[in-house]
Design a protein around this ligand. Structure first.
Ligand code: FES
Ligand code: FES
Length: 164
């Protein structure tokens, strides 16, 4: 039996993509496999690790828990969409580079999207708030110290260069 396919228009990083997918296609898989946007990483596929986090109308969501057909009409921002229009690093990306906030980098896209949303809600986090901001994402490499420093550095950069 062939599976029924659905036409969906995905608005990702300001570009409209028309895709035909089964109803069960996860947003994370649609981004990676249908659109070729492999910056969104898939770790646990259970909503636990946070590596697949993207922004949906600006709010962080686990792309592995969202069906692609359900986001029609909403704006999706992936890690690829966090660079500035001229292609240079956005403040959160820049802060990760400066503070050595990544090692293998597998978790990094999820941290970057999560922190981007977090700093929009709280542009000047305390140290504890910076820790809290990344508490839902798992990293196996870094020990988190530099990631928290990167949150604080990103807040500084965003304050001087514009919002994250
Ligand atoms: S892959 Fe989605 S939360 Fe881990
Ligand atoms: S940098 Fe390797 S899992 Fe976080």
């Amino acid at each position: 039996m062939t599976e029924e396919l659905h036409d969906v228009r995905l608005d990702v990083n300001g570009t409209a993509y028309d895709v035909r997918v089964p109803a069960r296609r996860l947003l994370s898989d649609a981004l990676r496999h249908d659109l070729g946007l492999t910056g969104t990483h898939v770790g646990c596929e259970h909503g636990v690790c946070g590596s697949c986090t993207v922004l949906l109308d600006g709010a962080p969501v686990r792309a592995c828990l969202v069906l692609a057909v359900s986001v029609s009409g909403q704006r999706v921002t992936t890690v690829e969409g966090l660079t500035r229009p001229d292609g240079s690093l956005g403040p959160v990306q820049q802060a990760f580079a400066e503070c050595h906030g990544l090692q293998c980098g597998f978790c990094t896209p999820g941290f970057l999207t999560t922190i981007t949303a977090g700093l929009r809600d709280n542009p000047a986090p305390t140290h504890d708030e910076a820790r809290e901001m990344v508490a839902g994402n798992l990293c196996r490499c870094t020990g988190y110290q530099n990631i928290v420093r990167a949150v604080e550095r990103a807040a500084e950069l965003a304050a001087t260069e514009g919002r994250p």
